[in-house]
Write a protein that binds this ligand. Structure first.
Ligand SMILES: [Zn+2]
Length: 235
């Protein structure tokens, strides 16, 4: 009966391992999906930044146009001035307009340079998004296949388990229930070896009298400390 319990436990452990894998794989994918979302957020931020830059650039261009327009006006006014004083006043205005124009040209140049940096950042982000999306797609396909295989194996093991549990349950339903209780409590390991008087589930020494009973193999015993079913291995 103990051998059968050990077999059942081996099957149960495999089932638990497959279940863990089935839970783990989709979580890995979620992490990747979050990474892609972060990149897309980043791209949105850059897009907004670029829109802001374009707005600034349009404002500066408009200002520049206005300055050019006033320069043209000064030039035509110069043709009709009559006195030296008038001439000097128009000259001064023209000078101020030229200075303003130089400033605006400088600002526009600076802004365009800044924009180039942001634009190259945008290209890098878009490239990263594309790569991430492709590799996510690949992983999703691979995971789908892996999950299918794992699920199939787990289902086969569950069938085996049913047979194994049935064999024990027919003879000793109480023992089967006892095993299942400890297996669930410890998330695996309902049956453990005793080696040299030590329980291999909790690593406490089993009382000598009980150890002798376990060695005698007449009945099934549990570790008084952790409650796991204990057995000794054949030499
Ligand atoms: Zn124990």
């Amino acid at each position: 009966m103990l051998d059968r319990l050990v077999d059942l436990q081996n099957t149960d452990e495999k089932i638990v391992a497959y279940q863990r894998e089935e839970d783990k794989l989709p979580k890995e994918l979620e992490t990747r999906e979050r990474k892609l979302q972060d990149l897309e957020e980043q791209r949105k931020g850059i897009e907004e930044e670029l829109a802001h830059f374009n707005q600034q650039l349009a404002d500066l261009d408009r200002e520049l146009e206005a300055v050019k327009e006033s320069t043209r006006r000064f030039q035509s006014r110069l043709l009709v001035v009559k006195t030296q004083r008038e001439y000097q006043a128009v000259q001064r205005e023209g000078e101020a307009a030229r200075k303003k124009r130089g400033e605006l040209d400088g600002q526009i140049k600076e802004l365009r340079e800044e924009m180039q940096g942001v634009e190259s950042q945008m290209r890098e982000t878009e490239q990263a998004i594309e790569e991430e999306r492709a590799s996510l797609e690949k992983q999703r396909t691979e995971m789908g296949k892996a999950l299918k295989t794992i699920r199939k194996e787990r289902e086969d093991l569950e069938k085996t388990r049913e047979v194994e549990a049935g064999l024990i349950g027919q003879n000793d339903p109480e023992l089967l229930a006892r095993y299942q209780k400890v297996f669930e409590r410890y998330k695996g390991q309902g049956v453990v070896k005793v080696v040299g008087g030590v329980c291999y589930g909790c690593f406490m020494t089993v009382p000598p009298q009980l150890y002798n009973q376990v060695l005698a193999k007449g009945t099934v015993h549990s570790c008084p400390n952790c409650g796991r079913i204990i057995y000794v291995e054949e030499n």
